[in-house]
Design a protein around this ligand. Structure first.
Ligand SMILES: [Zn+2]
Length: 595
């Protein structure tokens, strides 16, 4: 349990980093030298290191632009599907015949945005504004712009970053048909009813909809531990909650706004100086997937019944669901994975370098949810299992970047492996960042899914000696390429301590060679994994060894598909086959041709 908590905390911290850059104006120097930078260093090391181990074909220069981590997380596909639906409703796609420009070149599918693939920015426009959310006859809320000053502060609630406080209300407050006598004030710029914010996951639309009933004045990563105050002023007929000078996550800035609850059921949101610019604003009944997109400053629309929200964003983003749908409209449903590059930075999960999403899984015994099937939404009739997003091809004009691509491709299956420990308890001690990578302290045999190759020096002394080489024997078991009897035991180091160099390392730290430490070796056998997860079905005799995947390049008028860009992706596609074969010890193959 200790580890579980540690990982959870750390996963949230990663998302704080991500939101920090998403909110965009400035980042603290501390963040620049934090875990993000270490990941970049280790990727560069992995690419540049020379050793007798098989080195992948293709250029081996460090990837200088790899400054941000992998953003793969549990539930990622659902988050993006929610955004897709919101974007579709807030700006109906143009009906231009943009797909007429789509074509396959050198087995790369080139898709041309016609206003339907790239989502435009929606700048925050509520500075010094005030909004009243008044209950309407449909059971939802109508928005009315007002002219209201901010209230003065009340009693400080002592809310820390990621935290919340319960405040009793002297009047019953009706919200989406349920009456509450207590409200939870959350650090993230929102009030919730019935439950505090979980403190986990991206502070975005998916959380806004799926979480508890919520009124969000500025749902974002906010950092009250670093400054400002959150106060409550509870009067007989209204309660005012003021975020005063609270910094955005990872930013040196200040944000001042309030939410007031009125005894009759109306809410008011009032804004002072807002230096963070990206957030979700609105009201949600919770436990829903549906939302009515709003233009709050224009008081539109009236008469909505459920969640009503506006999502403010400073950057343009790729709608991955629309990309997938467009691809499958013109290609057969034979691809287990699609790999998407763009001609300019359009990452929909800001603050990350690349990520993978699972949209379908039937494989049992690998720790990945089975029965998952969101393929219909993604335009596939059931063949698609995984979507990899690699962002701008311009990062890869000179380098293949297979430490990253191999990593994301591997996320189709990896790495969520639990095991039964010596006492029979379920353990996730092999897992690291966001519980979908190997732990820094696991001897992962230099897996591309993180962890390290760890040498046992004897007497409780260990040293990381290599990173990011390929798919380990355990990886290959999970990928359906090895039978249980072909998987030697692995080990992790329990209670690691005495690090040299003398820095702090966690389960979620990025791979890094040359780190020595002490601790207790714990061996984990494949039998312990099977005891926790059940057997892998299908097993290596029955699982496909050939991964059918497709490479997609999305271009638009701002950044056209130049010959350089097309050639780079054609080269990457060409090199990845030999790389994958070598990285799986000859057990796996890919076919990325387009019929
Ligand atoms: Zn990853």
């Amino acid at each position: 349990m200790r580890q579980e908590h540690g990982e959870r905390r750390d996963s949230r911290r990663f998302l704080v980093d991500a939101a920090g850059s998403m909110n965009g104006v400035s980042r603290t120097p501390a963040l620049k030298n934090g875990p993000v930078r270490r990941f970049a260093l280790s990727l560069a090391l992995g690419a540049a290191a020379c050793s007798p181990s098989p080195s992948p074909p293709g250029p081996a220069a460090p990837l200088a632009t790899a400054a941000l981590p992998c953003g793969t997380e549990v539930q990622g596909a659902r988050n993006l599907a929610v955004l897709h639906r919101y974007w579709q409703q807030s700006s109906p796609p143009s009906t231009s015949a943009s797909s007429a420009l789509d074509r396959d070149i050198d087995n790369v599918a080139l898709l041309q945005d016609g206003g339907d693939l790239v989502v435009r920015r929606n700048p925050f426009d509520l500075d010094a504004a005030a909004l009243r959310f008044a209950p309407n006859r449909g059971g939802g809320y109508d928005v009315v712009p007002l002219s209201l000053p901010l209230d003065s502060g009340g009693t400080p609630l002592g809310i820390v970053t990621g935290g919340s406080a319960a405040v009793g209300l002297p009047f019953p407050f009706p919200f989406f048909g349920t009456t509450f006598s207590q409200v939870f004030v959350n650090a993230d710029g929102s009030l919730t009813f019935g439950a505090p914010d979980s403190g986990e996951g991206e502070k975005g639309l998916a959380l806004f909809l799926a979480g508890p009933p919520r009124a969000a004045a500025f749902l974002a990563e906010l950092d009250p531990s670093r400054g400002g105050t959150i106060t409550a002023q509870v009067l007989a007929d209204r309660a005012v909650f003021l975020w005063s000078g609270v910094p955005g996550g990872g930013q040196i800035n200040h944000n001042t706004f309030e939410i007031a609850l009125h005894a009759g059921g109306a809410l008011e949101m009032v804004y002072g100086e807002m230096q963070s610019r990206e957030a979700v604003v609105g009201v949600s009944p919770g436990s829903t997937r549906d939302v009515t997109p709003a233009d709050l400053s224009a008081a539109r629309p009236a008469g909505s019944t459920g969640a009503l929200a506006e999502r403010f964003s400073e950057t343009e983003k790729l709608d991955l669901v629309s990309v997938s749908r467009r691809f499958f409209a013109r290609h057969p449903d034979i691809f287990e994975q699609i790999v998407i590059y763009t001609t300019r930075p359009l990452n929909p999960v800001a603050g990350t370098l690349a990520f993978e999403l699972n949209v379908k899984n039937d494989v049992q015994g690998i720790g990945l949810e089975t029965g998952l099937d969101e393929t219909g939404q993604w335009g596939s009739a059931g063949g698609l299992a995984s979507v990899v997003f690699m962002d701008s091809i311009d990062q890869y004009l000179e380098v293949d970047g297979f430490e990253i691509l191999g990593h994301e491709v591997g996320h189709r299956w990896l790495a969520r492996v639990r095991f039964r420990d010596a006492g029979g308890a379920l353990s996730n001690a092999l897992l690291g960042r966001a519980l979908v990578h190997w732990s820094f302290f696991m001897n992962s045999d230099a897996s591309v899914l993180e962890g390290n190759r760890i040498a046992d020096r004897g007497g409780g002394h260990f040293e990381t000696v290599d990173i990011t080489r390929g798919y380990s024997a355990l990886d290959q078991y999970v990928m359906g390429m090895r039978l249980p009897e072909e998987v030697p035991p692995v080990f992790y180091v329990d209670e690691p301590d005495n690090f040299r160099p003398n820095r702090s390392f966690k389960f979620s730290s990025a791979p890094e060679a040359g780190i020595s430490f002490t601790g207790t070796r714990r061996d984990v056998r494949i039998e312990d994994v099977i005891a926790a997860l059940g057997p892998r079905v299908p097993d290596a005799l029955h699982a496909p060894r050939l991964l059918r995947h497709a490479f997609i390049l999305v271009a638009d008028d701002v950044a056209p598909a130049t010959a350089d860009r097309l050639q780079a992706l054609a080269r990457i596609r060409d090199h990845f086959g030999p790389y994958y074969s070598e990285a799986t010890g000859g057990r796996g193959a890919v076919d990325s041709t387009l019929p």
